[in-house]
Write a protein of this length. Structure first.
Length: 114
C-alpha cells in the first residue's frame, strides 16, 4: 500500500520547537520528491517546504530561517525541524510525495500556544 504517515505534532509554547516526521511506504522513497504543507484554521492549505531527490530544499518565506526540511533515505523518512514556533504556525501539517507519484498523508496537528 502506497502511503505516507506523519507524526510528531503536539502542543508547544511560543518560541519552542518540534520535529515532524513523515514515514513513507509502498514506493521507492529515494526516487520521490517530497513536500510539507499546512492548513491553518479558516485558511487555505499552503506549501511550506520541499526537498528533492537530490537534496535541494526550498521554503515559504514565512518559515525561512526557522524550519529545516530533510530526508533520510535509509529510513524512508522525511523530517521538518521547526524552531522558534509562533502562534501563526498553528496548523495541521501534511506530508506529500509529489513527483513522480502523488500521495498525501492524513496530517499531524501542531498547536503553538501559551
Amino acid at each position: 500500500q502506497v502511503q505516507v504517515v506523519e507524526s510528531g505534532g503536539g502542543l508547544v509554547q511560543p518560541g519552542g520547537s518540534l520535529r515532524l516526521s513523515c514515514l513513507a511506504s509502498g514506493f521507492t522513497f529515494s526516487l520521490a520528491n517530497m513536500r510539507w504543507y499546512r492548513r491553518a484554521p479558516g485558511k487555505e492549505r499552503e506549501w511550506v517546504a520541499t526537498v528533492t531527490t537530490g537534496g535541494t530544499t526550498a521554503y515559504v518565506d514565512s518559515v525561512k530561517g526557522r524550519f529545516t526540511i530533510s530526508r533520510d533515505n535509509t529510513k524512508n523518512t522525511m523530517y521538518l525541524q521547526m524552531n522558534s514556533l509562533q502562534p501563526e504556525d498553528t496548523a495541521t501539517y501534511y506530508c506529500r510525495a509529489y513527483s513522480p507519484i502523488t500521495v498525501w498523508g492524513q496530517g499531524t496537528q501542531v498547536t503553538v500556544s501559551s
